[in-house]
Design a protein around this ligand. Sequence first.
Ligand SMILES: Nc1nc2c(ncn2[C@@H]2O[C@H](COP(=O)(O)OP(=O)(O)OP(=O)(O)O)[C@@H](O)[C@H]2O)c(=O)[nH]1
Length: 121
Amino acid sequence: FEFFGGSESLRSYWKMYLPKVLLLIYVVDSADHARLPVAKQLLHQLIQNNSTLPVVVLANKQDLEGAYCITDIHDALALSDIGDERKLFLIGTHVTEDGSEISSSMKDAKELIAQLVLETQ
Ligand SMILES: Nc1nc2c(ncn2[C@@H]2O[C@H](COP(=O)(O)OP(=O)(O)OP(=O)(O)O)[C@@H](O)[C@H]2O)c(=O)[nH]1
């Protein structure tokens, strides 16, 4: 696994790694409404030339009061436009503040990702 932050300076590295990637896990902040349009644009750009790359979107910070629900995230990221050739999953997640406990949503996400990794091998 390679982990990349979303800051602008790191985005140029994303494309470099993409040809080697078997599965894309894209994490968005469900409570940061203002940045979702950019998150959408970047996701679409990233996968536009790879119609079969499986994508798992983690809609994180579901525990925050202002967080968009899963259907809102689906619409905000225009996931229905991402193509029906690929496996696409959208899961709501949150992590606890001190990281002491793994939420059940994160466990579900982890299991799904493990399964997909097995399938790509
Ligand atoms: N309540 C809550 N806080 C979270 C969750 N995930 C991360 N955080 C907290 O949010 C703060 C910022 O973390 P992130 O948003 O992951 O940081 P980042 O994505 O590297 O930074 P930005 O690109 O600036 O958003 C930290 O204090 C985290 O502990 C979550 O699911 N729920």
